[in-house]
Write a new protein. Structure first.
Length: 375
């Protein structure tokens, strides 16, 4: 009975219902896009760190992110290897560099130098060639998302990095950079040659611990023995990168702010429509009160209207959002939509509509059943 009455109230004015559903739909799409962009940006920022093999990261003191870290002297590796509990210490070279296109023009890239056989960091999602192709004297790996910006056609294409010739021997799919500068994988020695880095220096050292070693205890021991460096767990380095790129630059605040704005706009639209619908049916609600219906019963009718609107609006909004997400898949900043996010958005939509119903509930609570006799 409650659901039937709620549906009839909503369908009584179908234009008003359409306006409500459109408002919810756009709120769902806006929140999905903003939070999806946030998740997509997060995945790009932490991708390299999550795929790197190592329990601890040794970085130069004050290094702000994976892409922006100064070189270390090289003594750190041998000092770390002398610490009990350390299994391997793998060097990485990471730096911005100039990419010269085959036809003309230049663009910035992020060179990532590491040897696949070391197990530290190597290309993943390889769709052409092989990850071992970067071991060849001039071999590099690039992502197919950046073919246009790099001015290449795929594997076999040649270009220059800092005036040195390179050849694309492997192609990946889905390794994107938050800085918009493509990641270019190559071997450790090749990266040092391209960037004029001395053979004993590196940007990062990945430390792998022996089985059973307490990671936090090892981190503290390394910190006490090494000077002018930071020794971080993977989780700590992830947080540092996220804090820098998402909140230090303001990008994350803007995306989350846009999502909050979408929720506010949707709440206002739904509240206005439900309140108007409740006001138009005050006589019917007064009749129900006069017949003995409790305030709780009327509240349930209004909440049922809100839930019905939420379900329909969410379904329409999610259908549009999925189309937008699929369309962004090949762009430099894809929108991520996970099952967890979809479920959370459904909960947010229902909560938004429930909050919107409060004004109507307050109106019905103050209703005088005697008004039915004034009709």
């Amino acid at each position: 009975m409650i659901l039937t009455l709620a549906v009839r109230n909503l369908l009584h004015d179908r234009i008003r219902l359409a306006v409500t559903l459109i408002g919810i739909m756009f709120a769902v799409v806006l929140v999905t896009v903003q939070l999806g962009l946030y998740l997509g940006a997060r995945q790009m920022i932490v991708g390299m760190i999550e795929h790197a093999k190592g329990d601890l990261w040794i970085t130069a003191y004050g290094a702000s992110s994976f892409e922006q870290a100064p070189l270390m002297s090289g003594r750190e590796r041998y000092s770390a290897l002398s610490v009990p509990g350390v299994s391997t210490v793998t060097p990485l070279i990471v730096s911005f560099a100039e990419w010269r296109k085959p036809d003309s023009g230049t663009t910035n890239v992020v060179v990532v130098g590491a040897d696949p056989q070391d197990g530290g960091l190597s290309p993943w999602n390889v769709i052409e060639g092989g990850r071992d192709g970067i071991i060849t004297p001039d071999g590099v790996a690039a992502d197919k998302s950046y073919l246009g910006s790099l001015g290449i056609g795929g594997t076999g294409s040649a270009a220059e990095i800092e005036s040195s010739r390179v050849r694309v021997t492997a192609m990946t799919d889905g390794i994107r950079s938050f800085t918009t500068s493509p990641y270019i994988f190559t071997s450790l020695n090749k990266a040092r040659n391209l960037l004029n880095v001395p053979s004993d220096q590196a940007t990062f050292y990945l430390v792998s611990a022996n089985p059973g070693v307490d990671i936090e205890g090892l981190r503290q021991e390394l910190s006490s023995r090494l000077s002018n460096v930071s020794v971080l767990t993977k989780a700590q380095f992830l947080k540092r990168n996220l804090d820098y790129w998402l909140f230090g630059t303001g990008a994350g605040v803007a995306l989350l702010g846009g999502a909050a704005l979408g929720l506010i706009v949707g709440t206002v639209i739904v509240a206005q429509t439900l309140y108007s619908s409740t006001k138009d049916h005050m006589n019917e609600f007064a009749t129900l009160r006069a017949l003995g219906s409790s305030s709780a019963y009327l509240h349930k009718v209004i909440l049922a209207q809100a839930a019905f609107s939420a379900i329909l609006g969410y379904a329409l909004g999610m259908a549009v959002a999925i189309v937008v997400v699929l369309g962004s898949g090949k762009t430099a900043l894809p929108i991520a939509l996970t099952p967890a996010l979809a479920g959370a958005l459904f909960g947010l939509t229902v909560a938004m509509c429930a909050i919107s119903a409060l004004s109507s509930i307050v109106k019905v609570t103050k209703l005088d059943p005697a008004m039915v006799f004034t009709r």
